[in-house]
Ligand binder design. Structure first.
Ligand SMILES: Nc1ncnc2c1ncn2[C@@H]1O[C@H](COP(=O)(O)OP(=O)(O)OP(=O)(O)O)[C@@H](O)[C@H]1O
Ligand SMILES: [Mg+2]
Length: 260
């Protein structure tokens, strides 16, 4: 199914991403007042991703593993177009849906229903098109009447269900999933995993970030390991998980489906 002669769906070329953030060397009130008085600001640069290159072809599921702060979410945000790379180039061919752990994009004061409409409009659908998709999305979430309540009344898992349902019903060519299933219950995870696999069988492309190494091995066709922003290894999910597990000294079998 995967054809290497076709251009990749995602092409990441020598990408580096640096965040600039304010930095308090000694965060005391006195130092802050003194600096403010002199108009001085300390800026710290964090090199979150360093010279990373990889391609993902249609019909592939790329797993990304790595420790906290390794740069996984940063590279996903860059592929999603939310964050521009500081250098290098990212090319994406197709319609992208992104599922982030923190579920950016929903307005908690609006109902689930209203958020679905807004999400659809943001994805470029007409109001009529998205209204016609609403029933399918609503069935998929199994949230019932909660869809008419403000989203601040949702549990984390309910929030994830809606985010996932909206993302997959936008018919993405490329689905980016950054630890977005972790709050879901067993039933939701099973259903979400099946849905993701069916998208992949249709030759869509997926990037899957997770600390659940067993599930990642099951779901992905290839994997990369990032550490401190650098690409440490690329290979089959089994090889990459083995190398990463050895590095952090935790056997991959310690992770189960329950930690997705
Ligand atoms: N908005 C931001 N501003 C400044 N620094 C940031 C920002 N977001 C992330 N970073 C820094 O960039 C680095 C990479 O963070 P990132 O969120 O990509 O890690 P991650 O691999 O997704 O980790 P985790 O497993 O904890 O989700 C970290 O050092 C982090 O502190
Ligand atoms: Mg992250």
């Amino acid at each position: 199914m995967q054809s290497v002669s076709n251009p990749p769906s995602i092409s990441v070329r020598d990408v580096s991403i640096t965040y600039r953030t304010t930095f308090e060397k000694r965060p005391t009130l006195k130092s802050a007042v003194m600096r403010a008085g002199r108009g001085e600001r300390l800026i710290r640069e964090i090199e979150a991703v360093k010279n990373v290159s990889f391609d993902v072809h249609a019909g592939s599921v790329l797993g990304i593993v790595g420790s906290n702060g390794a740069g996984k979410s940063t590279i996903v945000r860059a592929i999603a177009g939310i964050l521009p790379p500081s250098s290098g180039e990212i090319q994406v061919r197709g319609r992208v849906s992104t599922l982030l752990a923190l579920g950016v994009g929903f307005d908690a004061n609006l109902s689930g229903h209203e958020n679905v409409i807004l999400g659809g409009l943001a994805a470029g659908y007409s109001r009529a098109e998205i209204e016609s998709k609403f029933e399918e999305i609503s069935d998929w979430t199994e949230l019932g009447d909660f869809l008419e309540m403000p989203m601040r009344a949702y549990s984390s898992g309910m929030y994830s269900r809606l985010a996932f349902a909206v993302a997959i019903h936008m018919e993405p060519d490329i689905l980016l999933v950054d630890e977005a299933l972790s709050a879901g219950d067993a039933r939701f995870k099973k259903k979400a995993t099946e849905k993701m696999m069916s998208l992949v069988r249709e030759a869509r492309t997926m990037v899957f970030v997770s600390h659940a190494l067993a599930t990642l091995q099951e779901m992905c066709t290839e994997a990369i390991w990032l550490d401190k922003g650098r690409l440490m290894e690329r290979g089959t999910p089994a090889e990459v998980v083995k190398a990463y597990s050895k590095f952090v000294d935790t056997p991959p079998s310690a992770a189960t489906l329950e930690d997705v």
